[in-house]
Design a protein. Structure first.
Length: 203
């Protein structure tokens, strides 16, 4: 391994499946393709809304749940930072820069914008994992949305399927590892609920 990283070539792992998916995208009616592309580009906003909803619902619940709700955005940012470092180590070129996929639904990122793991997928699954510590119903919605986000990243042509799978694994494992300890801060929330911040943390 060089100091620059591994320079992983993922085309031999599931490049043919990637081309099958992008071929399907080319045959999909334009309105459907635009809808998937919009979800792929802007869908992460839904996870922010779900975390906000979890915070709101946690105001009426145990202090440990509120602690996890408050930590959720920080958990997602931390997992994203770890994933970005991993991408820089693996240095896998985007499939749309390696394989003859034709015009992709999303513009192919430039050289040096590495592919594995998928950042969008990591963020989506990390949010779902963090929400699991707060509100299982919202977490279930987030999990379905995370799967849809990962699938869309292949459909629009900017990731291999294994990039998405790796992103899901990283997001879930790191998200849970960071979110679970946050519940231990329940006593801090109890203290806040007795003070001026009670409107924000409930109680």
């Amino acid at each position: 391994m060089s100091r620059a990283g591994l320079a992983l070539d993922g085309s031999g792992i599931d490049g043919s499946l990637y081309l099958d998916v992008t071929g399907l995208a080319h045959r999909t009616p334009a309105p459907v393709g635009h809808l998937v592309a919009d979800w792929s580009a802007y869908g992460l906003g839904l996870f922010a809304l779900l975390m906000a909803a979890a915070w709101w619902r946690a105001r009426r619940g145990p202090s440990a749940g509120m602690a996890a709700a408050l930590a959720a955005p920080f958990v997602v940012v931390a997992v994203f930072a770890a994933d970005t470092a991993l991408k820089s180590l693996l240095r896998e070129p985007r499939p749309c820069r390696v394989l003859p996929a034709g015009a992709t639904l999303e513009a192919c990122p430039g050289a040096g914008d590495w592919s594995m793991p998928s950042n969008h997928t990591v963020v989506a699954f990390a949010a779902a994992a963090a929400l699991w510590q707060v509100d299982r119903r919202l977490a279930a919605v987030a999990a379905v949305a995370a799967v849809a986000m990962g699938a869309s990243r292949v459909f629009v042509g900017v990731h291999y399927p294994h990039d998405v799978l790796a992103g899901a694994v990283v997001g879930i494992l790191l998200g849970l590892a960071l979110a679970r300890p946050a519940r231990l801060a329940g006593p801090v929330v109890e203290h806040l609920r007795a003070g001026r911040l009670r409107p924000l943390v409930g109680g």
